[in-house]
Design a protein around this ligand. Structure first.
Ligand SMILES: NC(=O)c1ccc[n+]([C@@H]2O[C@H](COP(=O)([O-])OP(=O)(O)OC[C@H]3O[C@@H](n4cnc5c(N)ncnc54)[C@H](O)[C@@H]3O)[C@@H](O)[C@H]2O)c1
Length: 258
């Protein structure tokens, strides 16, 4: 029933084989979607090489550089998508960034520049992608982003990223309300803690995972594949009535009070 055959799915945020975006791209591909991806450009071209090699088994039709803080790169990424595909059905926003020093210690110590950077890359970027995807979602579409519990509850060290996730979740609701008339659905997956490049910057991530393993109803944390499966569901017709939601894929941890 979960069939994405003929759908064009663009997945942002793959850095390596631990990336949640990689789990999502694999599951979308398994469901039949054509895959396009970006990589974050860096001076030595490390991400380009790593991402290109990693995604090869998915036969991606698009691999382009994009830094979401760079409007020109954003424009050229979507120009490539239009040129190669003509239309886009699925857009996955799976990226975030905050300076390491802002992911530990006192939240009140967050600098103005650090706050602006975290919110720009981790929250405003959803807007940057959605506004460019909208004219290409000619037959409607599904946009999925990734959030974390730290956007609604205080999690030690998550700090400015919690504020960014809060802004991201509210952006999901505003975008869902605006784009619904074009049959574009916008949802977030709030994932449990997973060891990745980004999460390793959060102070005490291993303690967070251990705590979830002891406390969550399923007594474990989740995998990239489980998040990918939910993303595939949200991007499919099975979820045609769901928009503006934050779906927890966290082994049930969110329901626990103690
Ligand atoms: N790992 C977890 O425990 C967890 C839990 C819940 C939500 N998330 C969210 O999942 C998403 C993916 O993170 P991940 O854990 O897979 O880590 P990751 O490090 O694999 O992915 C983060 C991605 O963000 C990209 N990125 C950073 N700055 C960028 C910029 N300026 N422009 C374009 N791309 C940029 C990186 O290149 C990388 O691909 C993030 O939104 C993260 O907050 C992660």
């Amino acid at each position: 029933m979960l069939d994405l055959t003929g759908k064009n799915a663009f997945v942002t945020g793959i850095a390596n084989n631990r990336s949640i975006a990689w789990g999502i791209a694999q599951q979308l591909h398994k469901a039949g979607a054509n895959i396009g991806v970006n990589y974050l450009p860096d001076e030595k071209g490390r991400f380009k090489k790593k991402v290109t090699e990693l995604v090869e088994p998915l036969n991606p039709s698009i691999i382009v550089p994009c830094d979401v803080q760079d409007d020109e790169l954003l424009d050229s990424m979507f120009a490539t998508i239009e040129e190669k595909w003509g239309k886009i059905d699925i857009l996955v926003h799976c990226l975030a960034f905050a300076d390491r020093e802002d992911l530990t210690g006192d939240f009140s110590a967050t600098s103005r520049a650090g706050f602006a950077k975290a919110l720009d890359i981790s929250s405003y970027s959803l807007n940057c992608l959605a506004v460019r995807a909208k004219p290409l979602m000619k037959e409607g579409g599904s946009i999925v982003t990734l959030s974390y519990l730290g956007g609604v509850k205080v999690i030690p060290n998550y700090n400015v990223m919690g504020v960014a996730k809060s802004a991201l979740e509210m952006s999901v609701r505003y975008l869902a309300a605006e784009l619904g008339q074009d049959n574009i659905r916008v949802n977030a997956i709030s994932a449990g803690p997973i060891r990745t490049l980004a999460s390793s910057a959060v102070g005490g991530i291993l303690d967070m995972i251990r705590h979830v393993e002891e406390t969550a109803p399923l007594r474990r944390t989740v995998t990239q594949t489980e998040v990918g499966n939910t993303a595939a569901f949200l991007c499919s017709d099975l979820a045609s009535g769901i928009t503006g939601q934050v779906i927890y894929v966290d082994s049930g941890y969110e329901i626990m009070g103690m």
